[in-house]
Ligand binder design. Structure first.
Ligand code: FE
Length: 183
């Protein structure tokens, strides 16, 4: 994990643009998707009622963050965006992303459904369209590692109401757990 943080820091120090991050970060993340043994139990614990997002590392300058997402069966996010690039790698279980395009009148259209299985990585950016809803696609606990181009839990972004088309600014926060120290 220290090597991954160093790689992300180096890329951020080089002011790598989003397109470069989407090329480089999946390669850096891949070795960490073999199993969850490197993660402390507190940051892979599901909650009975809703999904969890545990901060694993936030860049001191808020240029990126690494987060574990943990989903119990049937749990899902609201429809949301990120206002920055993101890379997701699957560790355990299955994560399903339903992607949307938003028309000028606020209406949302499904543009695709993507299934992420253990060992797989996907990237996205606002330029490509990053409005989606994510859910656990398995009957077991799903665990994935998300890397974003901001301190995502503290950044303002948007939730979308599929019925009314309303957009709401929100800050997701992080689930309560000690931030691990990586050595
Ligand atoms: Fe998302």
């Amino acid at each position: 994990m220290k090597a991954l943080i160093q790689r992300l820091t180096d890329l951020a120090d080089q002011n790598a643009p989003a397109a470069a991050m989407l090329r480089e970060v999946p390669t850096a993340l891949m070795p960490w998707l073999k199993d969850a043994a490197w993660l402390p139990p507190a940051v892979i614990a599901p909650h009975p009622e809703h999904y969890q997002q545990y901060l694993l590392y936030a860049d001191p300058k808020a240029r990126f963050s690494v987060v574990s997402f943990v989903w119990g069966p049937g749990q899902q996010t609201p429809i949301h965006d990120h206002c920055t690039w993101g890379v997701v790698g699957q560790l355990h279980g299955i994560e399903v992303s339903t992607n949307y395009a938003r028309a000028a009148d606020g209406s949302l259209t499904v543009t695709g459904v993507h299934t992420l299985r253990p060992g797989e990585v996907i990237g996205f950016s606002p330029e490509q369209g990053d409005i989606h809803q994510v859910r656990n696609g398995s009957e077991t606990v799903s665990i994935s590692i998300h890397i974003y181009g901001s301190d995502i839990g503290r950044a303002a972004r948007h939730k979308y109401d599929p019925v009314t088309g309303a957009v709401e600014t929100f800050i997701s926060g992080y689930s309560p757990a000690p931030i691990p120290t990586w050595s």
